[in-house]
Design a protein. Structure first.
Lengths: 210, 780
């Protein structure tokens, strides 16, 4: 990936301040780049920027890179980073904060593969099956082959049940999915309304500047 | 001083003078610095009604100015002096020295600051208001001078003996350095001295062997005629006061008489349980010890010992010693890393750096061989830095443990030295190698082929086969990594050793919020504590290396010798006097410095422990305690005279905040001339009596400004403020508390301005309406 030279114009200080003002953003300036978050993250190798790098880019105000990163969509909200960060930063919450901002800016979720498979599994069965999810994802994602021994180990310990749980009546669920597909509910509403917490914080940050 | 007083402050330490008080008021023009703004002539005239003589000089501090006062005293014209001049911080000692030479009591000279607190800070205001302020201040000072008593500083003879607590390198150095001049008692919790250093392998940055440089010092302690050493000993109780402590020591049983044991080892050979042993070959003292958890009580050792040194029935004992000073050198301990769940400590081959050192030290149980749990050499070793340090979440410690960056490199070098093909990895966040020879040491370690990874280890997973998986991000590359190691060494946060707080509490010494002992001044007064008879050295003041521990040991020894060398201490005489007492003990509980106790049903002051903070004054339910020369009636007399002619804002101020006001003066920071300071040893001497009196005499508002950073006082200020507020509410006048440290003079003047105008506005409203219904100002 091509990386631009960071020049004064690259930095969006208002963006940085906005993020720092969100709940959980307070400690971002104290990140010491230790990398415990990224080292703990089960999916950081999939990310174009690790959680640590996202935190760093926010310190600088590199809005464009942050909002266009796949990191915020790949995060599984497992909280591993947040419980281990020695500076009390919550990268998990940060990802949650960044997602609606990216949507507001018209940036789409670039990591649709996993989400699609997940949605498909739920749609078919009415329930998520870890086994189906993993095997389907593995087929579409060559890198996952390395995880096979680990999967087998999990299976041998009964941590990855093979049984596929199914809902009795799928009709109601179908109609919900149908509704969603028809209206494109997510994207439209999100692009019309600004996420409320941002508005609030916006005025906050202005106040603070005054 | 004129007379030497016995240190008994609850009886009178003053000579009350029956003769009428002859007060002289001397005002200084300060070459125009004062007189250009203040009309001193009119101030002098305003004193006509008082029974005083007034004199104005160009420069009071000059020899001509001083001679005038001196000759007035010598001629018997006056015996008490009020000076109106620059800040007392500048010339009080000079003037008092002169008064003493002239034959009067130095405490009967006081200075009213009409330069830093008037001419320099109100010169942009109308002359009238400045004049009126100065008149008020001087009248207040005259009234005060008429009411105070002559006092003599207290003196106390010191016990010429020091207790050093902790036998690590810092304590050893302190003891050896003091012992040539003064007697030392050195106590150590462990059965041997040497502390952590005797458990080290080589020592950075020069890599000399730890026991080689330490053993001679341990032996010197043992042999020094001026040092009495007690191992397995801790402080149980501290009584007495600085300069004269009576300390009870608790000695745990060793079951072997140190004096009799000749280390022949006959007992060890006979013991069927392996319970009797020498801690390690070089241990000082050289004597065996029994681990009672292993001993079966068979008595084989008792029978075999040729010296009759073993006593299986030994019990814990206590003894009491008398010392004048104490040096704390209780060092550090590694934090227990098991709280870091993702590191899975303890596990086979997962050790702390201290355990790693132990293996290669004089205390080694592996014959100084580095080995895994199965006895083989670890081919791949990882060092995990900042395990519990630099953590602001409350789980670990905030501070940097300072030595780990360097000692981990030392340990990595040792691994490479033992086997060149072995791998050593150091996982770090920031490689901190500041200090002489340390960057070179870093460079040298790199040259040795040690692998550095910039990234804090995220997870350590012990595997079935005894290896350990380490997961991390290589932050220089932004890539996650995983490695398998034979041994992983955690570099844990270094924290004050267990029991530091209990010991510090017994000695009346505060700790920082990191748990280490607080120095008297972070920069300018290291190794001194807030207790003048207690000193500290080494890692109990924060993590550091051997060089710095030794340096502090030497400094502490110097400070101890200086303290004891004087033979006695002088203490300010403004202490509480107990006038009436029903024995309720409230003051005893309130005193933060343990200076009060009950004896024969009455409160008794130990004047050397007392700092004169005055917390006992409002604590006494029957108002039986007063601080000498700051009694309720003395303060009221001053307030009354000060406010008689014109109202003002009364600001009670402690010496630290007073210094801030002085700096504001030097910087000509303007503030309202309604402000009238009353200088107190501490704001805690105040109670509602005095504050109500201020309001009654015409104060439009009252402020308490505190500058001390002594937690023991600060932590009570809020309660004092709330109580005063409640008890002075009836006046419906503003009362405010603020904490201003010496450097914050701008904050001080801003605050004074805001408060003075608020108080003024309120007073105006009140006079317009008959009744004011507003509630007083909120605390800042
Ligand atoms: C793994 C590791 C490696 C290190 N390597 C080096 C190195 O190579 N070079 C270097 O310069 N520095 C090194 N250091 C630092 C060095 O160990 C310290 O600077 C030094 O030991 C500090 O000495 P101290 O006397 O202050 O504390 P300590 O060594 O901790 O001694 C304190 C003593 O007080 C005793 N004690 C504690 N509480 C009480 C009590 N209540 N009553 C009585 N006695 C008590 C303890 O038992 C102990 O003997 C290393 C530190 C560690 C952790
Ligand atoms: S764990 Fe915390 S301090 Fe460390 S890099 Fe991540 S966000 Fe920064
Ligand atoms: S919460 Fe998200 S960023 Fe944090 S470790 Fe889990 S997946 Fe990674
Ligand atoms: S010295 Fe180095 S390893 Fe130790 S806490 Fe400080 S930064 Fe971490």
């Amino acid at each position: 990936m091509q990386k631009e030279t960071i020049i004064p114009e690259s930095k969006d200080i208002a963006f940085r301040d906005l993020i720092i003002k969100t709940p959980g953003g307070k400690n971002i300036p104290t990140c010491m780049q230790c990398g415990v978050c990224a080292g703990s993250c089960p999916v950081s190798h999939e990310m174009d920027y690790t959680p640590r790098q996202i935190v760093r880019m926010i310190q600088l105000g590199l809005k464009k890179e942050v909002l266009n990163s796949n990191t915020i969509w790949i995060c599984t909200t497992c909280f591993s980073c947040s419980v281990r960060c020695p500076r009390g930063i919550y990268p998990t919450e940060l990802m949650e904060t960044l997602k609606p901002i990216a949507m507001k800016e018209g940036i789409k979720n670039r990591n649709t593969k996993f989400d699609k498979i997940f949605a498909d599994v739920v749609k078919k069965n009415g329930r998520a099956s870890e086994f189906l999810l993993i095997s389907k994802y593995s087929i579409s994602e060559p890198g996952m082959i390395k995880q096979v021994p680990f999967g087998l180990e999990l299976m041998s310990k009964g941590k990855l049940p093979l049984s596929i749980d199914k809902m009795d009546d799928l009709r109601e669920l179908d109609s919900i999915f149908g509704l969603g597909e028809k209206t494109g509910i997510q994207e439209k509403t999100q692009s019309k309304e600004k996420p409320p917490e941002i508005k609030e914080n916006d005025s906050d940050s202005q106040e603070a500047e005054k | 001083m004129a007379e030497i007083e016995k240190p008994q402050v609850n009886e009178t330490s003053a000579k009350t003078e029956p003769a009428p008080k002859k007060i002289g008021v001397y005002l200084c023009r300060c070459g125009g610095n004062i007189s250009d703004v203040v009309d001193l002539q009119s101030v002098a005239e305003s004193l006509k009604g008082e029974n005083v003589i007034v004199n104005i000089q160009d420069y009071l501090c000059s020899s001509a100015g001083q001679d005038k006062i001196k000759s007035d005293i010598e001629k018997g014209k006056i015996d008490r002096v009020v000076i109106g001049s620059c800040s007392p911080k500048l010339h009080l000692e000079t003037f008092r020295g002169m008064v003493k030479k002239a034959g009067a009591n130095p405490t009967l000279l006081e200075i009213t600051n009409i330069r830093e607190q008037a001419s320099w800070v109100h010169d942009k205001e109308g002359k009238e208001s400045v004049n009126s302020k100065v008149k008020g201040l001087i009248k207040g000072a005259v009234a005060r001078m008429g009411s105070i008593e002559p006092l003599v500083p207290l003196e106390k003879k010191l016990v010429n003996r020091t207790l050093v607590v902790g036998g690590g390198i810092a304590g050893i150095t302190t003891a050896l350095e003091i012992a040539d001049g003064h007697e030392v008692i050195l106590i150590e919790k462990q059965p041997y001295i040497g502390g952590h250093m005797i458990g080290l392998s080589k020592t950075f940055p020069t890599m000399d062997c730890s026991q080689c440089i330490l053993t001679p010092k341990m032996v010197a302690v043992h042999n020094h005629p001026g040092i009495t050493m007690h191992t397995q000993t801790e402080v149980a109780q501290v009584k007495g006061s600085p300069g004269d402590y009576s300390i009870t020591l608790k000695h745990s049983p060793r079951y072997v008489d140190i004096k009799k044991c000749i280390s022949c080892g006959a007992c060890t050979r006979k013991c069927p349980a392996g319970a009797i042993f020498l801690p390690f070959a070089q241990a000082v003292p050289q004597a065996y010890i029994i681990d009672m958890s292993k001993c079966s009580g068979c008595g084989a050792c008792v029978k075999i010992c040729p010296r009759d040194a073993v006593n299986l029935d030994a019990k814990e004992e206590t003894s009491t010693i008398s010392v004048g000073a104490v040096a704390i050198a209780t060092g550090f301990e590694p934090i227990d890393p098991s709280f870091i769940e993702e590191y899975n400590y303890p596990a086979p081959n997962l050790l702390t750096a201290v355990e790693f050192e132990d293996m290669l030290s004089a205390k080694s149980k592996t014959g100084m061989r580095l080995q895994k749990a199965d006895g083989s050499f670890p081919e791949r070793v990882a060092f995990v830095l900042c395990a519990g340090s630099r953590d602001f979440t409350g789980k670990g410690r905030k501070h940097c443990s300072k030595v780990c960056c360097i000692y981990s490199q030392k340990q990595a070098q040792l691994v490479k030295k033992m086997k060149a093909e072995a791998q050593a990895w150091i996982f770090y966040i920031d490689m901190r190698s500041a200090g002489r020879r340390f960057e070179e040491f870093y460079h040298h370690t790199q040259e040795k082929g040690v692998n550095y990874v910039r990234g804090k280890v995220a997870e350590i997973i012990p595997k079935q086969d005894g290896t350990l998986m380490v997961q991390y991000e290589d932050t220089n590359l932004g890539r996650k990594g995983r490695e398998i190691f034979d041994m992983v060494v955690l570099c844990p946060a270094l924290i004050p050793s267990a029991g530091t707080k209990e010991l510090a509490d017994k000695l009346g010494v505060p700790l920082g919020d990191d748990g280490f002992i607080e120095e008297k001044h972070v920069k300018l007064d290291p190794v001194n504590t807030l207790n003048q008879a207690v000193f500290a050295a080494g890692c109990v003041l924060g993590p550091k290396d051997i060089h710095d521990s030794v340096t502090e040991g030497m400094s502490a020894a110097h400070k101890v010798s200086q303290f004891l060398g004087k033979g006695m201490i002088l203490i300010p005489p403004e202490k509480p006097m107990i006038l009436e007492c029903n024995g309720c003990g409230d003051c005893v509980k309130a005193c933060p410095y343990n200076a009060l106790s009950l004896s024969g049903g009455k409160a008794v002051l130990s004047p050397l422990a007392c700092t004169g903070c005055g917390i006992c004054v409002p604590a006494c339910p029957i108002k039986g305690i007063e601080i000498r020369n700051f009694t309720r009636s003395q303060l009221k007399a001053q307030l009354k005279a000060m406010l008689e002619d014109a109202p003002g804002v009364v600001v009670f101020i402690d010496p630290y905040a007073y210094a801030a006001a002085d700096i504001a003066g030097v910087n000509r920071k303007q503030y309202s001339s309604l402000v009238r300071f009353i200088s107190l040893p501490s704001i805690h001497v105040l109670d509602a009596d005095v504050v109500n009196a201020a309001f009654e005499y015409g104060a439009t508002g009252v402020m308490l400004i505190e500058g001390t950073t002594d937690e023991k006082l600060n932590s009570r200020s809020d309660d004092l403020y709330k109580k005063l507020k409640k008890e002075t509410r009836k006046h419906k006048k503003p009362l405010r508390y603020s904490h201003i440290e010496t450097a914050q003079y701008e904050k001080l003047t801003d605050l004074l301005n805001v408060f003075a105008s608020q108080a003024g506005a309120k007073a105006e409203k009140r006079s317009r309406k008959e009744k004011g219904e507003e509630t007083p100002e909120e605390k800042e």
